[in-house]
Design a binder for this molecule. Sequence first.
Ligand code: PMP
Length: 489
Amino acid sequence: MALNGIVENINIDWYPDRNSQMPIYEQIVKYVCRKVSSGEWTVGMKMPSQRELAHKWGVNRSTVVTAMDELASYGIIECGYGGGTRIAGNTWSVLMSEQGADWNRYIRAGEFQANLSTIQIINKLEFDDYIRLGTGEPDPKLFPSEMMKDIMVELSGNMISLNYLEPLGLRKLREVLSVRLEKEGIYAPPSCILITSGSLQALQLISICMLKRGSTVFAEAPSYLKSLQIFQSAGMNIEGIPMDEEGIRYEAIAKHIKGFSRKDYDHMLYTIPTFQNPTGILMSEMRREELFSFCQDYRLPVIEDSAYSQIWFDRKPPLSLKARDRNGMVLYLGTLSKSLAPGLRIGWIVGPESVVQRLGDVKMQIDYGASSLSQLVAARFLETGMYDEYLTEYRVEMKKRRDNALKAMEKYMSGKAEWRQPEGGFYIWTTLKGNVSTDQLFRKALSQNILLNPGNIYDFASNKALRISYAYEDPENFEKGIKTVSELI
Ligand code: PMP
């Protein structure tokens, strides 16, 4: 994939078959054509040199040259001047598609927008050998494997089925969540909780079930929501609302709503009050009160995303907006992804019963429910108290990582950037000083095997920020990565 001006090198994990009747050069031609026509190799990607290929495959260089000449004559590759051999076009696949389906046309036809190209690159490279300085996932080394093993062993002993579950999700899981939420001041009977496949799915369900095309979703600027295409793909606008140190400056929403004449369309507010992604800002008690009464006055429904609310360091965050909600104004999203395991794909949405029923009905049509196994595991993990035990240790470890990260930042980044000390969550929002392009830095960091999350992907206007995460890399790797980034700057 050649995205955002970054040339990606092709890795070849194939060898010609020496026992085949087909000449080797022809096998090479067929192999490359297959890769290009399937879309795995796209225009601009760079192939290894002919010398490297001959060496790798144990064939004469002339065999490779013959194959490459043939591919070049089809217009599939281009042998550049000093730039090596690149994929130049997929004319061959277009020719072939006359006999089959024109998949390219169909691919372009879908309503759902593609990911931002920077995110596509990040998603792809995360599984290679990179230091991940922006990743919003816990370090796998923190995974409570012994506890998980105990749960799995216990479950396997009395598992009676893995059938579909009821539309709102495993009753036991909703019951334990209901008890936990009550301790946080949220009244949520199991009938008002829907289990989702991660909170991402909760957002997806809201976008397709609850808002018309043309409606507006307000969100903090910058916001995690802006990095997704969920609402945009469903035809909604996302409007960025500025923040200060206390959280979203909600007054700005009033202007938009008042100036909005198209009465047919609705609005919603999406907010991450606790350790916001990407800024790490914790909304103050006062701002929460004011924001909540503002939303009530304007009858503006709220999606409150609490993904990071369990990951506090020195003191518990103020009560959620949902805890203040007596009229069902707030749809509250939770997840186990940030505080336990993103791969479980367990999230939940709390809201008025009518809303939850509607979303649950659509969810049944989409996937018949989140994995039954994951729901059983999550319910036991919460019910046995293991989750709380784990969370206590996890917070201590994350705080250590935050402290180490801040030390490393102080050592290598002072004078080059400014940042905010987070009181919880995963992120240090770091704004670069001077004339540095974060896109260029992203590319240069890639060449040093470092993955960064440029702040632009979360923002409504271009910025000079990086979302730095201390959650994924251990302190040693983090420092190594930051030192290199500092040198690159
Ligand atoms: N909300 C926020 C604020 C997030 O940061 C993320 C993950 N990056 C999600 C929701 C989605 O997480 P999941 O679907 O894994 O619950």
